[in-house]
Ligand binder design. Structure first.
Ligand code: 5GP
Ligand code: MN
Length: 347
């Protein structure tokens, strides 16, 4: 990663100092990195800087990663369940922080409130092509594993932490380790030298990684493994261009009682095959499919998502949406669409 400029840290430090009420935000369908980075920064701002903090998210925290926020639930407000409280918190804050997303569009129902707010704005993100015009300070770095990692490096540079991870509140340290671990899929992707330095510093500061791993990977419900079996045995298709895809429609999602977060990681599985260059997972939602794309080195998941799935993300891990009936006339057309566009993508 590029070095973090000392002047920018000084600016951030005074911006925090001058603020009283802070709102932290992350993207729709929050994942471990979104929840981890907001929680970690909230605990720092509260415990070290004495600020009043609210974490405002479009959607609730999925059960599968709720261990990160245990005992901290009262700091959260969700657009889906209490839009008015979100409006109030955003309207009353003097500093608004964007974590783990690069454009207010990624906050869905909160987009307008966040972009129209008069508060000072700070971005801490690791996605490609950030929309930075509205922001007073931007920390945007793609050569890191996660927003949690970028936030860690920023916190370490702040004077009151002074490069000593043991000065981070315990909740911050735990949440940073948890978010980095989910975004790297336990050190499988996007690991940089600085990622391991962060992990090392957090372990030395007393973070219990074994407990975090157990919380992330060993607490699923049985339906997840059963559905994974079905996905690999029957649902996965592989095109002659080396694209694996899995389409999960409502019938399957209902039959397996799938909840938010329970298919996390499925999209990575087909990449285990030598002949697969890119993997695409579609999950049916209200008026669209949610799309996840992963690719191997040399293939741009980000580009594919931007061209055909109304999305973006990182070079080898991206996401988006396929709208029905805007992009395809019917949910049954998904397979045909994927075959057609990926064939075009690789020609
Ligand atoms: P996932 O497949 O885990 O949902 O997302 C993979 C990556 O792509 C994440 O870093 C996520 O932030 C990004 N991403 C997911 N959905 C979208 C989307 O609709 N638009 C954009 N621009 N990025 C997305
Ligand atoms: Mn992330």
């Amino acid at each position: 990663m590029k070095p973090i400029e000392t002047e920018k840290i000084a600016l951030l430090d005074s911006m925090i100092e001058e603020s009283r009420k802070v709102v932290l935000t992350a993207h729709m369908g929050p994942d471990g990195d979104a929840v981890g980075s907001t929680t970690a920064l909230a605990a720092y701002l509260e415990e070290v800087r004495g600020k009043e903090v609210k974490i405002v998210l479009p959607d609730p925290v999925p059960e599968s990663i709720s261990f990160i926020t245990e005992g901290y639930e009262d700091r959260f407000i969700f657009g889906k369940t209490d839009l008015e409280a979100c409006r109030e918190a955003i309207g009353n804050c003097d500093l608004q922080v964007t974590l783990d997303y690069n454009d207010f569009k990624r906050t869905g129902i909160l987009e307008e409130m966040l972009s129209e707010s008069k508060a000072r704005k700070l971005m801490i993100d690791h996605h490609l092509n950030p929309s930075t015009e509205a922001f007073d300070i931007v920390f945007s770095e793609t050569q890191v594993s996660s927003a949690c990692e970028l936030l860690f490096h920023i916190l370490m540079k702040l004077p009151d932490i002074g490069s000593d991870a043991s000065k981070l509140p315990k909740r911050s340290a735990d949440a940073l380790m948890a978010g980095m671990t989910t975004d790297t899929n336990n050190f499988a992707n996007s690991v940089f030298p600085e990622t391991l330095q962060m992990a090392s510093a957090l372990l030395a500061a007393g973070v219990d990684r074994a407990e975090i791993l157990s919380n992330i990977y060993n607490k699923y419900r049985e339906n997840r493994l059963r559905l994974m079996g079905l996905a690999l045995k029957d649902l996965m298709k592989i095109t002659d261009k080396g694209v694996a895809y899995i389409v999960m429609r409502k019938d399957v999602l209902d039959a397996y009682d799938v909840r938010e977060g329970e298919t996390e990681g499925f999209v990575n599985l087909p990449l285990a095959l030598d002949k697969v260059r890119m993997s695409i997972l579609l999950k049916q939602e209200d008026d669209h499919f949610r799309v996840s794309i992963r690719s191997k080195k040399g293939v741009s998941a980000n580009k594919c998502s931007g061209l055909y799935f109304n999305g973006g993300g990182h070079e080898m891990a991206a996401g988006g949406r396929l709208y029905v009936p805007k992009d395809i006339s019917d949910y049954g057309e998904a397979e045909k669409y994927i075959e057609k566009v990926t064939d075009e993508f690789f020609s």
